[in-house]
Design a binder for this molecule. Structure first.
Ligand SMILES: Nc1nc2c(c(=O)[nH]1)N[C@H]1C(S)=C(S)[C@@H](COP(=O)(O)O)O[C@H]1N2
Ligand SMILES: [Mo]
Length: 221
């Protein structure tokens, strides 16, 4: 097995994780459908179109910015690039210059990434995990899988994609200091201004309490 990226350590179990304020928000699983909106000529809700795309499988590691990684998760779904080129472009017709995507989740979480990064072949809209439907804790009914980016970009419980001509000024995930526009794992882009290696030490003590917090929230249902 290949080495972990800089500053990461492996967890033996796959935790439910996020910013503590999202721990208590548990969207009910529903059929995967996606709203396309933003700088497009024709905002639409797609459902059948999503199901008609070719299905792919991908085994990938998840790297959380707080330094834990969970390895070899088997995802199934459709490529984001296929969704963009075969559904978004013909159906919703993005306006010229669209180069950012904001992912709106059922729990209010809303990370964003450059469109260019999302067109990489390993970026999926996933609806299965390890051979079954994605469990609610891990993002049902549909989640983004973007293995080259820290976990905070991989939107769970997806409900809408917003296309934009610029990076949103709003706080989509958290304070701007901890929301890097690209958050590439290989370059240790954990946040802004502070170098990634320094942020390791700030984040690491938060891992255990956050896992506990999310587990307790899940048990309460
Ligand atoms: N909707 C939503 N997506 C989310 C989060 C969240 O709280 N809500 N947390 C993010 C963070 S910080 C990480 S590390 C991964 C964790 O995925 P997991 O809960 O399947 O381990 O989900 C990301 N996507
Ligand atoms: Mo994370």
């Amino acid at each position: 097995m290949t080495a972990l990226p800089p500053g990461q350590y492996e967890l033996a179990e796959f935790p439910r994780f996020g910013l503590p304020r999202y721990a208590g928000r548990r969207p009910g699983a529903a059929r995967a459908r996606l709203e396309i909106r933003g700088d497009v000529e024709s905002p639409r809700s797609v459902d059948e179109e999503l199901r008609a795309l070719p299905r792919v499988k991908l085994v990938a590691d998840l790297h959380c910015v707080t330094t834990w990684s969970f390895r070899s998760i088997a995802w199934g779904g459709v490529r984001f690039a296929d969704f963009y080129q075969r559904v978004v472009v013909p159906v919703s017709r993005p306006r010229p210059g669209v180069d950012w995507v904001v992912f709106h989740c059922q729990d209010g979480y809303a990370p964003s990434l450059p469109l260019q990064d999302l067109l990489a072949p390993e970026v999926l809209l996933a609806d299965t995990m390890n051979g079954g439907p994605i469990p609610i804790d891990h993002g049902a009914p549909l989640r983004l899988v973007a293995p080259a980016h820290y976990g905070y970009k991989s939107a769970k419980h997806l409900q809408a994609v917003e296309l934009r001509r610029d990076r949103p000024a709003h706080r989509g995930v958290a304070h701007w200091l901890i929301d890097h526009p690209r958050a590439r794992v290989a370059l240790e882009e954990r946040g802004r201004i502070f170098p990634g290696w320094l942020l390791r030490y700030a984040y690491r003590p938060l891992v255990r309490p956050t896992i506990r917090r999310f587990r307790e929230a899940s048990l309460r249902g």
